[in-house]
Design a protein around this ligand. Structure first.
Ligand SMILES: [Zn+2]
Length: 372
C-alpha cells in the first residue's frame, strides 16, 4: 500500500494472528517480499479487565500478563531485532520500520462498542469492564543501538508516516476513543527493551489528562469567547523567551508552567487534531525539527537524556475542533547524575513543584541545540 512521500506499508500477520505492518523508507534497499512467521506461539492472553477507581472515576487496566514480558533481554535474543535462526523474535524479516500488536498488551486484543462514554463516566463501587483497545510496538530501526534521535531524516519521516497511518486505522476500530503514540527512552524511565522503539496505545476511553484539557478549553472559551486555547498558547509562547526551535509549520517551546526539569512542547501552526490530519509539508518539516530537538536534548549532559516523548492527539469523538496535536517531551533529569522523582506531593496529590525556571530550561536547551 503506497502512502505519501514514497513510503510503502506492507501489512502481514504473525503466527498467533497479531497484525504486523512493515513501513519501507522512501529510499529503502529492502526487497518487497517478507518471510512468513514460522514460529509456534502460545495463544494470545485474554483481554485484561479494567476497574474504576471510585475516588477519581478513572479506569485502571489490570493486565497481569504483562508481568512476564521480556526485561532487558541480551541483544542476541532481542524480540525487536529481525528474526534469525537463533533469535525467534517478533519481526520475521529485515525491516526499516515495523509496527506490530504487543504480545502482552495493557489493552485488547478485544475491540468493540459494548460500553459508551456515558457508561464510563458513571461512578460506582466495584465497577469493572473489559480493557477494550489495542497496544502496538513501533520499531524505529532493525539496529539494536540508538533511539529516535539517532535515526536518519528519511527514517524519521517513515516513522511519522506510520504514526499517521496507525492513528487513522486505530481510530476507525470499534470502541477506540483515543490514540496515543509515545516513546519511553532510557532505563531511568523504566524501559524494558533498549532497542529503539516506541508504542501506540488505543484507549477505550478519553484519558484523564485529556478530560482535564477539555475542561480547560471550556473554561477558557467561557472567559475568552471566540478564541481558541491552542491558538492563544501558540501566540503567547511564540512571543516569549521560551521558544527553543521553530519552522514554517511547527514551534517548540518550554511551556510557561513546565512541571519537569526538562519539558518541551511542540505545536503545529495549523489546527490539526492528530497525525492523520497533517499534510506532507508538515510531516517533512517535523522529521527534521523533531530530530534536531531530540539531538539537542541529548547534548544537555555527557550521557543521553532519558525522556518520555508523548504525542497528545484529539480523542476520536470529542473536541476535535479544539484539541490540537501536541508533542510533550519530558525528562526527570535535573543534573548530570540527579533525577527528579515524583514524591508525595506530585505522585499522591498531583500537586507539582517545578525545580527549574522554564526560561532557564529554554536557554539550556537552545544552547544544547546550538552545539549540534
Ligand atoms: Zn535490538
Amino acid at each position: 500500500m503506497d502512502l505519501t512521500s514514497g513510503i510503502v506499508a506492507r501489512p502481514s500477520r504473525l503466527a498467533d494472528g497479531r497484525e504486523l505492518i512493515y513501513y519501507d523508507d522512501a529510499d529503502t534497499s529492502l526487497p518487497p517480499e517478507r518471510s512468513i512467521d514460522a514460529r509456534t506461539l502460545d495463544p494470545r492472553p485474554p483481554t485484561a479487565t479494567m476497574r474504576q477507581d471510585v475516588l477519581t472515576g478513572e479506569w485502571v487496566s489490570i493486565a497481569a500478563a504483562r508481568q512476564n514480558r521480556a526485561f532487558l533481554p541480551p541483544a542476541e535474543l532481542d524480540p525487536l531485532a529481525p528474526q534469525t535462526p537463533t533469535n525467534p523474535s517478533e519481526v520475521p524479516s529485515d525491516y526499516d520500520v515495523a509496527v506490530f500488536e504487543n504480545r502482552s498488551p495493557s489493552f485488547g486484543p478485544r475491540i468493540g462498542t459494548e460500553f459508551s462514554l456515558e457508561d464510563l463516566d458513571r461512578i460506582g463501587l466495584g465497577r469493572s469492564l473489559p480493557s477494550i483497545g489495542r497496544c502496538e510496538v513501533v520499531c524505529f530501526s532493525p539496529e539494536h543501538e540508538g533511539s529516535f534521535g539517532s535515526q536518519t531524516e528519511s527514517r524519521a519521516r517513515t516513522v511519522i508516516e506510520a504514526w499517521a497511518d496507525r492513528t487513522a486505522a486505530l481510530s476507525a476500530l470499534p470502541g477506540i476513543q483515543q490514540v496515543f503514540p509515545f516513546e519511553n527512552r532510557g532505563e531511568a524511565i523504566g524501559v524494558t527493551l533498549l532497542h529503539p522503539h516506541g508504542q501506540i496505545y488505543a484507549y477505550p476511553y478519553v484519558t484523564p489528562r485529556t478530560q482535564r484539557l477539555v475542561e480547560s478549553i471550556e473554561k477558557f472559551a467561557g472567559s475568552n469567547p471566540g478564541q481558541s486555547l491552542f491558538e492563544s498558547i501558540l501566540e503567547s509562547e511564540r512571543a516569549s523567551d521560551r521558544v527553543v526551535l521553530s519552522g514554517k509549520h511547527w514551534t517548540a517551546f518550554v511551556p510557561f508552567a513546565a512541571r519537569w526539569p526538562v519539558e518541551v512542547h511542540m505545536l503545529p501552526h495549523r489546527h490539526v487534531p492528530d497525525f492523520a490530519a497533517t499534510n506532507d509539508e508538515e510531516r517533512d518539516e517535523l522529521a527534521s525539527l523533531y530530530l534536531t530537538l531530540l539531538r539537542g536534548i541529548d547534548k544537555l549532559y555527557d550521557t543521553p537524556t532519558p525522556y518520555i516523548a508523548a504525542w497528545h492527539q484529539a480523542p476520536v469523538n470529542v473536541a476535535r475542533d479544539d484539541i490540537r496535536l501536541m508533542l510533550q517531551v519530558t525528562s526527570p533529569r535535573r543534573a548530570e547524575s540527579k533525577l527528579k522523582y515524583l514524591a508525595g506531593s506530585e505522585a499522591a496529590m498531583g500537586a507539582w513543584i517545578g525545580d527549574v525556571l522554564p526560561e532557564a530550561t529554554a536557554a539550556f536547551i537552545r544552547e544544547g541545540i546550538s552545539t549540534l
